[in-house]
Design a protein around this ligand. Sequence first.
Ligand SMILES: [Zn+2]
Length: 187
Amino acid sequence: MMPPEFGATPWGRAWGRTVEPTSMARPNPLLPRARTLARNTTTVVVAGVGHVEAEVTVSGQVCRVRIDLPLWPDETQAEAGRLIAGAMAEHRGLVAGDLPDTLEVDLTQHAISIAVPPEARRGECTCRARTRPCVHILATIYALAQLVDERPALAVELRSTPTKTTVTADPGWVALSDLDPAGFYGD
Ligand SMILES: [Zn+2]
C-alpha cells in the first residue's frame, strides 16, 4: 500500500498510483528501495511542461533521470482550462499553487488523466541497470508525487502549455477578475 507521504492529496495519489497500481498482482520488488531513495537522496531539479529531471544519489554516485510526459491534446487542455477556471471561481482563497479536490473529480469525470501511466511516459537514467524503469526512475516518480502533493497546480503544469491552460499563481487574481464589478462595489 502506498504510504500517505506519497499521495496526501488526490493529485499526488494519482501520480503514486502509476508506480503502485492497485491492479498489480505482484508489487514491483524495487518499490521499497525507490521510496527510500525518494525520501533521502532524490532531488527533483526540473518539473515543468512535459518533463521531469532528477538527481538520485546512490553510494556517492549521482544518477541523472529524465522523464518525458505527453501533454494533454489541445482540446483536452482547453477543456481542462474551463474546468479549472470554474473550480477556482468556486473555491476562492486557496493558497497559491493549491487546487480544490473537487477539480480532480471533475477532471476524472471528463476522462482527463492527471498522471501519466508508465506505458505513456519515457524515462531515461544514466545508471547501468538493465531493468527499466530502474529504481531511480521509480524514485523520481515518488518524489514527483510528493511535489504534486505540496503544490497541486504542478499536476496541471506538467500536462499543459502555459499559454493554453493556466493555473494562475495567485488564485486571488482570478477571483477578482471573475467578480461582477456591480456586485463587488455594490451593497
Ligand atoms: Zn537508474
